[in-house]
Every structure is written in structure tokens, then in C-alpha cells.
Ligand binder design. Structure first.
Ligand code: CP
Ligand code: NVA
Length: 324
């Protein structure tokens, strides 16, 4: 240990300073803060459509550590950062010393001396939590096995564009109780909308997340087994792959179990007329969603994909400039 009041102790305190300016899960934020990301993203989207050149992150650099594949999240974060005048350093998992078991707490403190923010896609939520504990620059969760917070912000932004509001809507989730489902549950509780999830038995969302969310929810958050019950009176239905990244070995087994949970024309007919269909992509056509529905007029998957870039701009701006 460093002696009290020495320069060393100040340096040590700096190294382990815990910063709360991270985006690790939606639960850490109040409704007003979640809404402020979306409001800012809508402004930035409008401004970029009008040709405004943004430079508010000029001179800033983010590091992106991705231990799982990505098309949308990677490209939209990179494009967002460049679009605000900043720079990006991309590191795939195997390019860092993490692949050779460098402790996360060392990685976090080293990265924080080079960059102004770290965007991480990894397996365990505990990885982003540990990086957050030791990083004194913002750590942004770009997907873990437990959550996908940035995605759900862009999905809610898309719902607001299409429906005008969300608090009075019923949102349905059909399929696996995965990272996306867990994040929708936290969003439903914090923002205050009704959410019904239809999952096969054994594939429910995380029970601790569900319990905590229900305790604070102002609208019902329900789990059912029948997808048609979930979409009854629903304004929006949401789906995702049946086997997430890291579950490839379970693909064949899951395809059989999840077959009744396919989002197809039959399921759309059981929802409200004009029910909006969300899919975060990538999609397995004719597995969790039919090609016809994905390409149909009710599906806004490509708007969701675009909105990821605008939400990421808002997130980077607000976290790197300390506005949240
Ligand atoms: N929706 C999403 O996160 O897509 P990628 O895996 O391509 O980033
Ligand atoms: N649940 C999916 C989301 C992909 C964006 C996965 O984790 O693979």
C-alpha cells in the first residue's frame, strides 16, 4: 500500500477510482435519462439528414473491444464516432492480451489512459462490470450474454417514430428469454409500458431481472407460453434469433423447440391490425421470422438498424462529454 498523503496514494486512488458514467445496463438509469438518449438521437438524426456536420467529439478516441462478431453494432458505433468528429480503435478479442488472460482490471486502467471511452461486446456481464469498476473513462455495453442495452434504446426510438408514444402500448416478445428479452424487461419497468413475453418452458428470461423489474413496474410484465396470447392486443411484436452467439451448439435442438414461436402471417393475424414487427437482426429467415414478414410492410427491422447509429451518437456524446 502507499503511505497516506503521498503522491503514490493519490496516483493509486486515481487508478482505482470508480466511475459511474458507464452504460452497462438500462436498470442503472432513470426514465428521464433513458428518454434523453432517445430525444437526443432523434435530434441528431434530423440534423444529419439536414446536412449538419457535427464535430463535438473532435480530438476524442474510443476503443472498441469485441469478443463476439458484429456487423451493425460495430459499424454503427464506428460511423457514429466518425460522424461526431472522433476516432476509433477497433480490437477484436484475439487482438488483445485478454486472449492471454491479462486481468480485466489491468486492461481497464491501461485503456483509460489512451482513450476517452470503451465500447465492449463480450460474453459475461461480469466482464463489462469489472471493466467499469476499474475504468475512469465510460464503458459502454455493446452486448453481453445478459443484456443488449444500446439495441433496446434504438428499438424504442423506432417504436416512438412509428407509434408516437410507448407508455400506452402493449409490447410483445416472442421467442427466447435471452439478452434482448432481459433488456426489454428492464426498459418496460423503467419507462412504464406493458410487456408480455411468450417463451417456451425452460427458456424464460433471467428470473432475478424479472423479479426486480416487476417490483418497480407500473404496468404488467407477464410471461406466457402461447405466442398468440402474447400478441393479443399487442401494438408491437419483437423477435430475435433462437440460438444467440455462443449457443451455436444448441441450434438444432432449439429449432425444434422454438418452431411454434415463429413470427409469421398467422401470428400477425392474432395481433392488433397493423402491429409493428421488430427484429434486431441478424435474422434467420424462415426460422424465427418468415421472409414474408421480414420483408413485409409491418416490419421495421432496417429502421431499427439505422437508428442504432443515431442512438450510438447520442450515447457517445452524452457519456464522453459527461452529460448524463
Ligand atoms: N443487432 C445487432 O447487435 O447486430 P450485430 O450483431 O450485427 O451488431
Ligand atoms: N440475442 C442475439 C442478439 C444479436 C444482436 C445474440 O446475442 O446473438
Amino acid at each position: 500500500m502507499y503511505p497516506a498523503n503521498s503522491v503514490g496514494s493519490v496516483v493509486h486512488m486515481f487508478c482505482v477510482k470508480i466511475m459511474s458514467n458507464h452504460l452497462l445496463r438500462l436498470w442503472d438509469f432513470k426514465k428521464e435519462q433513458l428518454v434523453s438518449y432517445i430525444k437526443r438521437a432523434l435530434e441528431l438524426k434530423k440534423e444529419s439528414r439536414e446536412g449538419t456536420r457535427h464535430q463535438q467529439l473532435a480530438g476524442k478516441v474510443i476503443g472498441m473491444i469485441f469478443e463476439k462478431p458484429s456487423t451493425r453494432t460495430r459499424v454503427s458505433f464506428e460511423s457514429a464516432m466518425y460522424g461526431l468528429g472522433g476516432q476509433v480503435i477497433y480490437l477484436s478479442g484475439r487482438d488483445t492480451q485478454l486472449a492471454r488472460n491479462e486481468p480485466l482490471k489491468d486492461m481497464a486502467r491501461v485503456m483509460a489512459r489512451y482513450v476517452d471511452g470503451v465500447v465492449v461486446r463480450t460474453f459475461g456481464q461480469e466482464v463489462v462490470e469489472e471493466l467499469g469498476r476499474y475504468s475512469n473513462v465510460p464503458v459502454i455495453n455493446a452486448l453481453t450474454d445478459l443484456y443488449h442495452p444500446c439495441q433496446i434504446l434504438s428499438d424504442i426510438m423506432t417504436v416512438l417514430e412509428v407509434k408516437g408514444s410507448i407508455e400506452d402500448l402493449k409490447i410483445a416478445w416472442v421467442g427466447d428469454g435471452n439478452n434482448m428479452a432481459n433488456t426489454w424487461i428492464e426498459a418496460a419497468s423503467r419507462i412504464g409500458f406493458e410487456l408480455t413475453l411468450a417463451c417456451p418452458e425452460g427458456y424464460d428470461p433471467d428470473p432475478a431481472i424479472l423479479d426486480a423489474a416487476r417490483k418497480e413496474a407500473v404496468k404488467p410484465i407477464s410471461i406466457v407460453r402461447d405466442p398468440k396470447e402474447a400478441v393479443k392486443d399487442a401494438d408491437v411484436v419483437n423477435c430475435d434469433v433462437w440460438a444467440s452467439m455462443g449457443q451455436e451448439d444448441e441450434q438444432d435442438k432449439r429449432v425444434k423447440i422454438f418452431q411454434p414461436y415463429q413470427v409469421n402471417e398467422d401470428l400477425l393475424a392474432a395481433g392488433k391490425p397493423g402491429m409493428t414487427v421488430l427484429h434486431c437482426l441478424p435474422a434467420h429467415r424462415d426460422e424465427e421470422i418468415t421472409d414474408e414478414v421480414l420483408e413485409g410492410p409491418q416490419c421495421v427491422a432496417f429502421d431499427q438498424a439505422e437508428n442504432k447509429m443515431h442512438i450510438h451518437k447520442a450515447i457517445l456524446e452524452m457519456h464522453l462529454l459527461g452529460e448524463i
